[in-house]
Every structure is written in structure tokens, then in C-alpha cells.
Design a binder for this molecule. Structure first.
Ligand code: UT7
Length: 364
């Protein structure tokens, strides 16, 4: 029997505070109609806590869904480009919070592809017999690098976390094939230099290098071509065709990118998971949040072929083909949640407006 890693748990944390398109209309020269038509996004979460707080909530839900305790995990990978600090890693911070005392822990930076990179890494370690049960988390505090004067970027991104458990199985389910790669030469299309969301935004930082630099149209083209080609390579390695795929769970960057890539693959909208409208682009958190929504809304049946695919800064890309196991419902649920707050989204982005204002002093 082939040993693989099956997906046995899933969870997410969507911040309760939402920045709506109507809010953005107050900040930049844009309209709800433009944003919805060009991106599919209506609102995005703005976290009032820290990255690890969201990661912890998502992890508790995934552990409960798998029927596991934190100490059962022997590998913890945290995919993020918005860590609270550089060292110790966010993964170690999360390990301590959870009490996942038996887990090896490390952060993984492959930008928006980070969770799928992590899923492939974890699945490969489990298949090799190095580890038994991995928790892979994608968590991002992206509002921290958003210039809420720049309509080209601030409409797109949001905060959130998602998590999944990858557990050893000899039943034939698990990762059937994968493709991952990078093109560092194209890396200048998406850049932000600052690290460390735990400190105050303005503390010793330069606004010019602290915000996301992003060439939207270049990324759009790279993404549409790149996703379709990467999924084809992963399907080839898995020995299945696009017709065999029951559900694609893509990185939620832009609804038009997802639709174009799916069309290239000959996969209809009924087999594509979309939740971008409520969350925006949450980078490494987007695939596990969408996977969680897919599982919880009954979009996955036992034995389904589920493809995760993402592209992002680096430039990086990754696709993984999984055969789902026999269980599609959670073993247990968790009541973990972020603490409630009265703060508004406009309050939460006010420090960014102040910090980045000097870049727009000439009205640009
Ligand atoms: O996770 C990976 C990273 N993210 C992505 O993958 C996103 C990739 N790129 C995109 O999603 C799209 O390129 C955008 C949504 C960023 C832009 O959509 P687009 O259809 O490529 O628009 P565009 O850049 O061609 O801009 C069209 C017009 C421009 O005006 P002019 O020059 O034609 O007068 C923009 O200035 O729309 C203008 N525009 C806006 N108008 C209203 C740009 N942003 C906005 C806005 N509201 N928020």
C-alpha cells in the first residue's frame, strides 16, 4: 500500500471587522461597481489582533475537525509573508500557543503560493515516513502593508488565516501529484521590504519601502498562464485528467484570473471554489480558507479529486492534486474565535493612511 497524507481537518479564521467597497469609496477614487466587476471582491477582513491570533483560531478548528489534540501534531508549517517578528518564527510562536509540544515548526515564505508549497512539503514528509501528522497554516495580516491612498492595491487585499491537517494514510487517498516552481527574475512585480507586523507601522520605517509595490497587469498575465500550466503538470504527474477533477480550490487573487485559468483548463465554474467576494486576496491564507469553505459547504464528496493551485510573489506557483478520503465532515468543532471588538475597519486602517500620506502629498 502506498503511504500518503490525507486531508483530515480544515479550519479558518475570518476577522470580524470588514472593510467594504463602500468604505473604500470614502478613501480612494473608486466605486463598488468597478471593484466588483474587475475583481469579484465586495469586502475584506481587517484583523484587529495579531497574525498568530488568527492562525491559532484556524488551527483549533482544523484540529477539532480532524479529532486531534495539539500534541498529536509532529510538524507545523506556517506560511506567511506577514510574520509578527523574524525570529523566533511565527510557527514556533503558534506551536507555543497551541501547546503542540511534539511538532517541528518552521515558517515558509512563498507569498500567495505559501500554503500550497506547505501542503506539498508536509505531504511529502508524511509520505516519506519522516512525519505522521502535519498542521499547515496560512495566515496573513496584509492590511499592514497596504497604502490606503493607492486604489491599485488597497482594494485587493485582506487579512485572514486558514489551516489543514495532513495525516498519514494507507488507503489510497492523499496527494497524487504536484507541481511547484519559481521565477525569481520576475520577482520585481510584487515587492514589500518590511518585516515584522508586531511593531507599530510607523516605528523606524520608511513609507516608501513599507508598502506593497505591485504591477497588477503584469501579475494578471503571469497568473492566468501560470496557473493553467502548473495545474496541467500536476495533473500529469497524478495521472488524472482535467475531466476527473471534482473541485479546483484556487488562490483567490481575482475572480477574472480564476475564471480565465479555469477556462483554459476546460473546467467549468461549477467545479471551481470561489469565496473572494467576502475575503479579498489573503495571500497564503486564501487557499486554506477556500478549502475550509468548500468542505463546510458540502462541495467535497468522499474520494473526490481536489486540486489546490496558487501563484504569487517571488514569483512562485504551486499546484497539488489530492484524492479526498472517506470522511467529508468534521469529527468535532471548536468554539475558538477572535475576541469581539467595536472598532471599525476605517479605524484600523487609519494608521496606514497617516503613515503613507507623505507619499501622496502632491495629490498622486
Ligand atoms: O496574489 C497575487 C497578486 N495579485 C493579483 O494577482 C492581482 C493581479 N491583477 C489584477 O487583479 C488586476 O490587474 C487589477 C484588479 C489590479 C486591475 O485590473 P485591470 O482590469 O487590469 O485594470 P487596469 O490596471 O487595466 O486599470 C484600468 C483603469 C485604469 O485607468 P486608466 O489608466 O484606463 O484611466 C486604472 O487607473 O482602471 C483604473 N483603476 C481603478 N479605477 C477605479 C485602477 N484601480 C482602480 C480602482 N477603482 N480601484
Amino acid at each position: 500500500m502506498t503511504r500518503r497524507a490525507t486531508i483530515s481537518g480544515w479550519g479558518k479564521c475570518a476577522p470580524p471587522v470588514k472593510l467594504t467597497n463602500a468604505d473604500l469609496e470614502q478613501l480612494v477614487d473608486t466605486t463598488d461597481a468597478w471593484i466588483v466587476e474587475r475583481t469579484g471582491i465586495s469586502s475584506r477582513g481587517i484583523n484587529h489582533m495579531q497574525t498568530t491570533d488568527m492562525a491559532e483560531v484556524a488551527a483549533h478548528h482544523a484540529l477539532a475537525a480532524a479529532g486531534l489534540e495539539p500534541a498529536d501534531i509532529d510538524l507545523l508549517i506556517m506560511a506567511t509573508v506577514t510574520p509578527e517578528i523574524t525570529c523566533p518564527s511565527n510557527a514556533c510562536h503558534l506551536q507555543a500557543r497551541l501547546g503542540a509540544v511534539n511538532a517541528a515548526a518552521f515558517d515558509l515564505n512563498a507569498a500567495c503560493s505559501g500554503f500550497v508549497y506547505g501542503a506539498i512539503t508536509a505531504s511529502s514528509m508524511v509520505a516519506a515516513g519522516v512525519k505522521q501528522r502535519a498542521l499547515v497554516v496560512g495566515a496573513e495580516q496584509l492590511h499592514w502593508v497596504m497604502d490606503y491612498w493607492d486604489r491599485n492595491t488597497c482594494i485587493l487585499f485582506g487579512d485572514g488565516a486558514g489551516a489543514a491537517i495532513f495525516e498519514a494514510s494507507d488507503d489510497g487517498d492523499g496527494m497524487l501529484g504536484a507541481d511547484l516552481g519559481a521565477d525569481g527574475v520576475a520577482g520585481s512585480t510584487m515587492v514589500f521590504e518590511s518585516l515584522g507586523t508586531r511593531r507599530h507601522l510607523g516605528e523606524g520605517r520608511d513609507p516608501g519601502t513599507s508598502r506593497l509595490h505591485f504591477e497588477g497587469q503584469a501579475v494578471f498575465k503571469i497568473a492566468v498562464q501560470g496557473i493553467a500550466a502548473s495545474v496541467r503538470r500536476a495533473l500529469d504527474q497524478a495521472g488524472v485528467s482535467a475531466d476527473d477533477v471534482h473541485l479546483v480550490v484556487p488562490h483567490q487573487a481575482n475572480e477574472r484570473i480564476i475564471n480565465s485559468a479555469a477556462k483554459k483548463l476546460g473546467i467549468g465554474p461549477d467545479r471551481v471554489m470561489l469565496n473572494i467576494a467576502d475575503h479579498g486576496n489573503t495571500s497564503a491564507a486564501s487557499v486554506p480558507m477556500a478549502l475550509c469553505d468548500a468542505a463546510e459547504s458540502g462541495r467535497i464528496a468522499p474520494g473526490d479529486v481536489v486540486v489546490m493551485t496558487a501563484f504569487g510573489g517571488g514569483v512562485t506557483w504551486a499546484s497539488a492534486v489530492f484524492r479526498w478520503g472517506p470522511r467529508v465532515t468534521a469529527i468535532a468543532t471548536s468554539d475558538a474565535a477572535l475576541p469581539p471588538t467595536d472598532v471599525t475597519a476605517l479605524d484600523l486602517v487609519a494608521p496606514n493612511r497617516e503613515f503613507f500620506a507623505p507619499l501622496h502629498a502632491d495629490g498622486a
